[in-house]
Design a protein around this ligand. Structure first.
Ligand SMILES: Cc1ncc(COP(=O)(O)O)c(C=O)c1O
Length: 372
């Protein structure tokens, strides 16, 4: 069958290797997966309790308007309900936005080393992807992004994706950078500014600000949130879109009515108010990051300060060899070759015993795999 050249040339998205697959392939009983930025505490207990109660009603279709979930989100996030919608993970929202707002061969603009879903969705939808260089400290360069947009009207850039904090770098853009960016590109009707805040709850830098504070003030701003990280609901697949009501209205026309199943809606509504759990998730994440930072320093490996629930570090070796040697020891980390980083690995924060095991295995592997 004929496949279009854009699709044939796509770099496939490589998800973190599942635990069961690693156990099978390496004949291991204990495997720790620190590869997909999941929540080491499991799902929010309030979400689990609500889901258990709802199991008996699953012969009904889900509420296509997600009334209950959007009511809770509207209250907790202080956003009008008509400015909210949901997706099957924020991944789905990213894909639908590219389909809705771009015509074939329009462009999507983001940064190098940005979350890979922007590239996958752009290319799969026959769009051109433009990437500006990172700053010297590996952050999105909002000034360069605005410059690129303004100086290339012929490229028909219709969407700009900013992951804040970004995955896999863990870096953020500052409030003052955002202010300047909105001064230059805010209010335009030819481009949507999409701030993907999957890791918002983990950001602790003093100069970090959520773009949610600008919703309603910047008319072409869209904010994405996910329930996969701080709320521990990655398997349920729920993401949220916060946007001007005209954008939400169009988005709802295109999304499938039952894109987020009933249990997922119920889980997300309970989780967003589970403040004890969110606090515990932050605590275990921040303690884990501090531990990794100290240990990576001790091992002499360069790493970036992270505002997410993971850290990106330089193995100074062929990272795939390090990754493979770690798998043999039952530790799954995440190679980032697909981001143009052949020597780096991304390590998600786990439970303390998992973090300790990961560092111990890494120390052994560094002695085994020569520097390159
Ligand atoms: C920056 C960023 N955005 C979005 C997502 C997608 O999250 P989900 O589709 O689970 O909501 C991820 C997942 O890792 C991410 O890192």
């Amino acid at each position: 069958m004929k496949v279009s050249p854009e699709i044939l040339n796509m770099t496939p998205y490589r998800p973190g290797k599942p635990i069961s697959e690693t156990q099978r392939e390496y004949g291991l009983k204990t495997v720790y997966k620190l590869a997909s930025n999941e929540n080491p505490l499991g799902p929010s207990p309030k979400a689990l309790a609500a889901v258990r109660e709802a199991l008996a009603h699953q012969h009904f279709y889900p509420d296509p308007s997600a009334y209950e979930l959007l009511s809770v989100l509207s209250r907790v996030w202080n956003v009008p309900r008509e400015c909210l919608s949901i997706g099957n993970g924020s991944d789905e929202i990213i894909d639908l936005l590219t389909r809705i707002y771009c015509e074939a061969h329009d462009s999507v603009l983001t940064s190098k080393a940005a979350f890979q879903a922007y590239q996958v969705s752009s290319v799969a939808n026959r769009l051109k992807l433009r990437e500006t260089a990172l700053t010297k400290d590996w952050r999105f360069d909002l000034e360069a992004i605005a410059d690129d947009f303004l100086s290339h009207p012929e490229q028909k850039i219709r969407l700009i994706f900013i992951a804040n904090p970004n995955n896999p770098t863990g870096t953020h853009v500052t409030k003052s950078e955002m202010d300047k960016f909105f001064q230059r590109l805010g209010g335009r009707d030819d481009v949507l500014l999409v701030f993907d805040e999957a890791y918002n709850e983990f950001a602790r830098a003093k100069d970090y600000a959520s773009a949610m504070d600008y919703v309603g003030k910047v008319s072409n701003l869209v904010v994405l949130r996910t329930f996969s990280k701080a709320y521990g609901l990655a398997g349920f697949r729920v993401g949220a879109l916060v946007a001007p009501k005209e954008v939400v209205e169009i988005y709802n026309r295109v999304r499938k009515p039952f894109n987020v199943n009933d249990l997922a809606q119920i889980a997300a509504a309970a989780a967003v108010e589970d403040t004890d759990f969110i606090r515990d998730s932050q605590k275990i994440t921040w303690e884990g990051l501090d531990y990794f930072s100290k240990e990576l320093d001790r091992l002499g490996l360069k790493h970036l300060p992270s505002q997410g629930n993971f850290v990106l570090f330089d193995t100074e070796r062929d990272a795939l060899k390090v990754y493979e040697a770690l798998l043999r020891r039952g530790i799954i980390m995440r190679p980032v070759v697909n981001y143009g980083l052949p020597k780096h690995l991304r390590l998600s924060v786990g439970r303390p015993e998992e973090n300790i095991a990961a560092i111990k295995a890494l120390e052994e592997v560094l002695a085994e795999v020569p520097k390159s």
